[in-house]
Ligand binder design. Structure first.
Ligand SMILES: [Zn+2]
Length: 1055
C-alpha cells in the first residue's frame, strides 16, 4: 500500500474545502473609548494606552495595505527558550522524513502571515459547507492491508447477494474482516432461543427469573460457528414461539394499557418518557413524515422561538454569557416526539432544523454536521434481549421511535421510507404483556437503547478482553519515575479491569531491545526474554506471553512488583518504540485487544525512529506552523494493520522533551485508540502531574471498553455523510472501524443535502455501534435522532446550535491546518462567523440597523471563534510547543463536545464568596453554583479569588488583596504573602467556606472522565501567564481583544 493511499483517511485529504486558501488579513478601526474604559491594570499583556499596533498581526490604524514582510527582515531578537536537549540524534532516517530541520533562522517580523497585497482584502467564503461530497472517493482509504482476509463487504443493501445459510464459510479471520455481516442475520436460525428478555443496564435482575438475565452467551461460544450472512428477513409468521415474558418493566413504559404492576423507569438520558396514550392502537404518536403534518401545521417557528432569533447588537451587549451552562437548542418538533428524542449529550446536530435544500444551506453559511458521544457512560440504559432485531429490509435501519406504523402489520422506515413487515415476535408487547401493540415495544419507545445480539449474529465467539502493556524502560523513562505509578496502579486495579474468566494480559518492555515476559502458569517467577534483533521482530514463546489473568494473577503481580526495580540502574538511552509496537501487533493479532503504550521520548532505534523537527526559536514567531503532519507513515500503516486485526493502541506520552506527537499519535488515531499526554512529567519535580496521571490511569484501566466494534451512521434519504472526525478507520463510505471503543470518545461527521427534502416534515439520523463487551457479549447500541425540515433561512438560524457548530468547525480547522496551513485554518474560522452573520443580516433581517447584529442563538459565535483562534491548537504569536499544539488538535478531534467547549472557552467563577444560594444538591452534598463570568481581567478584582475551569486544568487565582476570610478559611494561610507559588491542592479544613469550595471543585472534576490539575496561583506565579492566556476577551501582544474582533467582523459583514 503506498503512502498516498493514506492521505484521504478521515477525510483530511478530501476536498471538503472547495474555495482554496483564503486571503483575508484583517484591518481594524481603533476601538472606541468604551473599550478602553474597561482596561484594568491587572493584565500585564494589555496595552495601557491607546491601542498600539500589534506586532504586525493587525493594523490598528486606518486601512493601509501592508507589504509582505521578508523573513530576513531584522527584528529585535527574541529570547531563546531554554529547554532540555532533544536527546541524541541518530543517523537513522525515518522512511519519509519531512523537511530537514531548518536550523536557526531569524524569526520573521510577523507572528501571522503578513497581508500580501491590497486586493487580497476582499472577503471570500472560507468554507463551502456540505456541497457535493466526494462520493466517488469517500474519505476512506479502502481496506486496510490485507491480513489474509477476504475483501470487505459493505453492510447495507446487499442482502440478496448473501451466501446461503447452508454454506458455512466463515473462519475467524473472515469474521474479523467482515464484522458487518452481523447486521445481516435478520432471521435467526437454529433452535429458538429461549432468552427473550428486557432488562435494564445497571439493575440487578430478579434472582430466579432466568428470563431477566441478559443472554449468557455461553452457548454461543460453545455452539458451532454460524454461516455467513443470512437471507433477508422473510415476512410472514415466524416458526418459533413467542418467547418468554419481559419481566421487569422499565418505568416510562407505563402505557395506559400496561398492567398496574409495571415498574416505572426513566429514559436513560431524557428526564422522562411520558407514556403515549392514543385511543387507536396503531396510530403511533406522530412519528414519520406522514404523521407530522397535523402536529406541525400551524406551528410558526418564529413564534415558537422568539428568543433564538432575537436580534442582538454584539457591539452593544457586552455580557452575553448565560448565568450557567449554555444549553443546546430544542428541535422544533411536536412535544411527544421531542420528549423521546435522543439526548443532545449523546447525539446532536449543528442545525436542529434541517434545511430543505443544499442551496438553502449554502445561503445560511452554517456548517451542517452531527456530533456523537456514542458510548457515553449512561446511568440507565434500556437493554433488549430479543431473538429478532427488527430492521429495515432495504437500508438496515433499526426500528426506532420515529418510524410509522401503517397498520398492525406494517411499518415504514423513517430513513428510506420502505414499508416493512412487522415480524410476529414484535407483535408481542413486553411492556403491557399483551399482543398487538408493536408501537409500544421498547425499541419504539427509546431513542437510545442497546440490543444483546442473538447467537445467530456470531461468526466466532466474541473475543475475550485482552490487554497488553508496553513500557518504555530506557534511562530517560526510568528517571521520570513513571514505572512505579503504572505498576502500582495496575496492582491496585487488577481486579477491576473489565473482563471475565477469559481475560488475558501480557507485558512488553523496551529500550534498545525488546523484552518479553513469560508468565505461564506453573513458573515460579516471571521469565524475561530479550530479543535484541529489532530489525526482524519475532515472538520468543508465542503461547506464554499472553496469559489468562485469573490463572496467572500471582505471576502478573510478581512482575508488577519487580518491574520498577528491574531497570532502576539502566544506562540504556536508546528507545526502539517501532519494533516494540510491531511485537505488540504480532502478539495480539490472533485475538485482537488493547495495547497500552507508555513512551517518554523520541523513538531513536529501528523502524519508526524519529528526529526532532521542532525549532524552539520559531515557536512564537513562525509565520506558519510546520510539522503538523507525520514525519513517517510507519505509525499510520501499523495502526491500520492493527485495525484489521481488531487491535487498538492507546498512547501515554510522558515527556519533557519534543516527542513528535504528530507522528506518534497516528498509531492511536487510526486504530481508534486514545492519546494521553503529560508534558514535563517527573515523579519528584511535578507532583501535580503525577496525581493527574494516577487518576487518569485509574479511569483508563477501569472504564468500560468495547472490543471489535464498528459504527455506522445512517441518515434519511436525501442527506449524505461525507467527512468523519475522531479516532477510527473508515472501512467503507460510512462504516467506522473501532477495534476498541471507550466511553470517553467523541465523533463528528459533516453532512450535505443531496436531494431536496421538500416533501419531508422531518429527517432522522441513526448511529449503531456494534461491539463485544468485556464480558464477551455481542451488543448493539443504537441512537436515533429526529429533526424537523424547514424551508426558510430564519428557521435555520433559529435552530442553530452554536456549541455544536463551534466544535465541528474546530475539527474541520484541525484538518485544514494539516492539509493546508494554520493561517488558512484561522482565516477560515474567522470567515465562518463573518459569513453566517452576513447571511443573517442580508437574508433574515428585514429592518437594517447599525451595529453587528446576530440572532440570540448565535450571539456567542464570534466569541467562540475568537477563543478558537487563541486556543493552543490554533494560536500564533505565543510560544507554543509543537507537541502541546498537536495534542490540543487531537483533543479537539476526539473529545466529546462538553470537554471540547471547556478547552475552547473556559468557565470563570468568583469563588471567595460562594454561598448555598441556588446550590445543587447531589447525593447529599451541597454544590454551590456561582455564575459564569466573562473571560476578561476586567472581571477579576484584587479583593477576590477566581476559579477558571479550562477542562484539563483548573486555576484558582488569588487577588493581592484577597478577602482574608478566604485565605484563612479555605487556603489555611495567614495572608496573601503566604500563598505558595506552586500549590496544587486545597487543605481539608473544617470550615463552611472550605467545604463549599472543595465541593464545587470536586463536582467540576466529576463532570469529566479525566482529572484536571488544580493550580492555585497568585500574581507572582509562573503559571499566571497561562491563566491570562485564557482571558480571551482581552487583547494580547499578538491577538485581538473581543471588541476589536467584533469590529473586524462588523467591517466585513457590512461590506
Ligand atoms: Zn429503510
Amino acid at each position: 500500500m503506498s503512502s498516498t493511499d493514506f492521505s484521504s483517511q478521515n477525510g483530511a485529504g478530501g476536498p471538503p474545502y472547495a474555495n482554496g486558501p483564503f486571503q483575508n488579513p484583517v484591518v481594524l478601526q481603533p476601538p472606541g473609548p468604551d473599550y478602553m474604559a474597561h482596561q484594568t491594570p491587572y493584565n500585564p499583556m494589555q496595552a495601557k494606552g491607546p491601542l498600539p499596533p500589534g506586532p504586525g498581526l493587525y493594523n490598528s490604524g486606518p486601512y493601509q495595505p501592508i507589504p509582505p514582510v521578508s523573513s530576513n527582515q531584522a527584528l529585535p531578537s527574541q529570547p531563546m527558550l531554554k529547554r532540555p536537549p532533544m536527546g541524541p540524534q541518530h543517523s537513522m532516517t525515518p522512511p519519509q522524513s519531512a523537511s530537514p530541520n531548518p536550523g536557526f533562522r531569524i524569526p520573521p517580523a510577523h507572528a501571522t502571515p503578513p497581508p500580501a497585497s491590497a486586493n487580497n482584502y476582499q472577503h471570500a467564503p472560507a468554507w463551502q459547507y456540505g456541497g457535493t461530497p466526494p462520493m466517488g472517493a469517500p474519505p476512506s482509504m479502502g481496506a486496510p492491508p490485507p491480513m489474509a482476509m477476504p475483501p470487505l463487504r459493505p453492510v447495507g443493501n446487499h442482502m440478496t447477494s448473501s451466501p446461503s445459510l447452508a454454506t458455512p464459510q466463515a473462519s475467524s479471520a473472515e469474521y474479523r474482516a467482515t464484522p458487518p455481516v452481523f447486521h445481516n442475520a435478520m432471521q435467526p436460525l437454529g433452535p429458538p432461543t429461549s432468552l427473550q428478555g428486557y432488562t435494564q443496564q445497571g439493575h440487578m435482575p430478579t434472582p430466579g427469573n432466568g428470563a431477566q438475565v441478559p443472554n449468557s452467551f455461553d452457548h454461543l461460544e460453545m455452539g458451532p460457528k454460524m454461516a455467513g450472512p443470512l437471507p433477508p428477513q422473510q415476512p410472514g409468521p415466524p416458526t418459533r414461539h413467542m418467547g418468554l415474558s419481559y419481566p421487569s418493566l422499565p418505568p416510562g413504559y407505563t402505557n395506559t394499557s400496561a398492567p398496574p404492576t409495571a415498574a416505572t423507569m426513566q429514559h436513560p438520558v431524557q428526564p422522562s418518557t411520558q407514556p403515549y396514550s392514543h385511543p387507536q392502537p396503531y396510530q403511533q404518536p406522530s412519528a414519520g413524515p406522514a404523521q407530522l403534518s397535523p402536529s406541525l401545521s400551524g406551528l410558526s417557528l418564529q413564534s415558537q422561538t422568539p428568543e433564538a432569533l432575537r436580534v442582538v447588537n454584539l457591539l452593544q451587549e457586552r455580557n452575553l454569557l448565560p448565568l450557567g451552562p449554555v444549553t443546546p437548542p430544542t428541535p422544533c418538533l411536536p412535544q411527544d416526539l421531542q420528549k423521546i428524542n435522543c439526548h443532545p449529550e449523546v447525539f446532536r446536530s449543528t442545525l436542529t432544523s434541517i434545511p430543505q435544500t443544499q442551496s438553502l444551506l449554502n445561503k445560511a453559511k452554517l456548517p451542517l454536521g452531527l456530533l456523537l458521544h456514542p458510548f457515553k457512560d449512561l446511568s440507565q440504559l434500556p437493554v433488549v434481549t430479543s431473538s429478532t432485531i427488527v430492521r429495515c429490509r432495504s437500508c438496515r435501519t433499526y426500528i426506532n421511535p420515529f418510524v410509522t406504523f401503517l397498520d398492525q402489520r406494517r411499518w415504514k422506515c423513517n430513513l428510506c421510507y420502505r414499508v416493512n413487515d412487522v415480524p410476529e415476535e414484535f407483535m408481542y408487547n413486553p411492556v403491557s404483556r399483551s399482543y398487538g401493540e408493536p408501537h409500544k415495544r421498547p425499541e419504539v419507545q427509546n431513542a437510545t437503547l442497546e440490543f444483546i445480539a442473538p447467537s445467530e449474529y456470531m461468526l466466532r465467539p466474541p473475543q475475550p478482553a485482552v490487554y497488553l502493556i508496553v513500557l518504555d524502560v530506557s534511562h530517560n523513562a526510568v528517571e521520570t519515575g513513571y514505572l512505579d505509578v503504572v505498576c502500582q496502579s495496575l496492582l491496585e486495579n487488577i481486579n477491576a479491569l473489565p473482563g471475565d474468566s477469559r481475560t488475558k494480559i501480557g507485558f512488553i518492555t523496551f529500550d534498545s531491545t525488546i523484552h518479553f515476559y513469560n508468565l505461564q502458569e506453573g513458573l515460579s517467577q516471571p521469565q524475561m526474554l530479550i530479543v535484541s534483533d529489532i530489525e526482524d521482530i519475532f515472538l520468543p514463546t508465542p503461547d506464554s506471553l499472553l496469559v489468562n489473568l485469573n490463572e496467572c494473577k500471582e505471576l502478573v503481580q510478581d512482575l508488577l512488583r519487580s518491574l520498577p526495580q528491574m531497570f532502576g540502574k539502566t544506562m540504556e538511552t536508546q528507545c526502539a518504540l517501532g519494533p516494540a509496537l510491531q511485537a505488540a501487533f504480532k502478539l495480539l493479532s490472533a485475538t485482537g485487544g488493547r495495547v497500552s503504550v507508555f513512551q517518554t521520548q523520541l523513538p531513536s532505534l529501528g523502524v519508526g525512529a524519529l528526529k526532532s523537527r521542532e525549532d524552539p526559536n520559531q515557536r512564537a514567531s513562525a509565520k506558519d506552523i510546520q510539522h503538523l503532519s507525520p514525519a513517517t507513515d510507519f505509525y499510520k500503516k501499523l495502526a491500520l494493520d492493527c485495525s484489521g486485526q481488531q487491535v487498538a493502541v492507546d498512547l501515554f506520552l510522558l515527556s519533557s522533551q519534543y516527542c513528535d506527537l504528530a507522528s506518534l499519535g497516528c498509531i492511536s488515531r487510526y486504530s481508534a485508540g486514545s492519546v494521553y499526554y503529560y508534558p514535563s512529567y517527573h515523579q519528584q519535580h511535578n507532583p501535580a502531574g503525577v496525581e493527574c496521571f494516577q487518576k487518569d490511569l485509574k479511569r483508563y484501566l477501569t472504564r468500560k471498553i468495547g472490543f471489535e466494534a464498528v459504527m455506522r451512521i445512517r441518515c434519511s434519504k436525501g442527506l449524505s455523510i461525507h467527512t468523519f472526525h475522531g479516532n477510527f478507520f473508515v472501512r467503507s463510505t460510512d462504516l467506522l472501524s473501532l477495534p476498541n471503543v471507550n466511553p470517553d470518545a467523541g465523533f463528528a461527521v459533516q453532512m450535505s443535502i443531496e436531494e431536496n427534502l421538500v416533501d419531508m416534515q422531518s429527517v432522522s439520523f441513526q448511529a449503531a455501534l456494534l461491539y463485544t463487551s468485556s464480558k464477551g457479549e455481542r451488543r448493539i447500541r443504537v441512537h436515533t435522532m429526529c429533526l424537523p425540515v424547514v424551508n426558510s433561512l430564519s428557521d435555520i438560524f433559529a435552530g442553530a446550535d452554536v456549541q455544536a457548530i463551534t466544535c465541528l468547525l474546530a475539527s474541520m480547522a484541525v484538518d485544514r491546518s494539516v492539509t493546508a496551513s494554520l493561517s488558512d485554518a484561522r482565516d477560515a474560522m474567522t470567515n465562518a462567523s463573518i459569513d453566517s452573520l452576513t447571511s443573517f443580516r442580508t437574508s433574515v433581517l428585514t429592518i437594517q440597523q447599525p451595529g453587528l447584529l446576530a440572532p440570540a442563538c448565535l450571539r456567542l459565535f464570534p466569541l467562540y471563534i475568537l477563543a478558537l483562534l487563541k486556543q493552543k491548537a490554533f494560536r500564533t504569536g505565543t510560544s507554543t510547543r509543537l507537541d502541546d499544539r498537536v495534542f490540543a488538535m487531537c483533543q479537539l478531534k476526539y473529545q466529546p463536545l462538553a470537554y471540547v467547549m471547556l478547552m475552547i472557552h473556559p468557565a470563570l467563577y468568583r469563588v471567595d464568596d460562594l454561598t448555598d444560594e441556588g446550590a445543587l444538591n447531589v447525593s447529599e452534598r451541597t454544590i454551590p453554583q456561582p455564575r459564569v463570568q466573562q473571560l476578561s481581567v476586567e472581571k477579576l478584582s484584587r479583593d477576590g479569588a477566581f476559579l477558571m475551569d479550562a477542562g484539563s486544568v483548573i486555576y484558582v487565582w488569588i487577588g493581592r488583596n484577597c478577602n482574608p476570610n478566604f485565605l484563612t478559611q479555605v487556603l489555611g494561610l495567614p495572608n496573601y504573602a503566604a500563598v505558595p507559588l506552586n500549590m496544587n491542592m486545597l487543605p481539608e479544613l473544617d470550615t463552611a467556606e472550605s467545604q463549599r469550595t472543595r465541593a464545587f471543585i470536586g463536582w467540576l472534576r466529576e463532570q469529566r472522565p479525566f482529572f484536571p490539575i488544580l493550580h492555585v496561583i497568585r500574581d507572582e506565579s509562573p503559571l499566571k501567564a497561562s491563566f491570562l492566556q485564557n482571558m480571551i476577551e482581552d487583547r494580547t501582544e499578538s491577538a485581538l481583544s473581543y471588541y476589536e474582533f467584533l469590529l473586524h467582523i462588523q467591517q466585513q459583514v457590512s461590506k
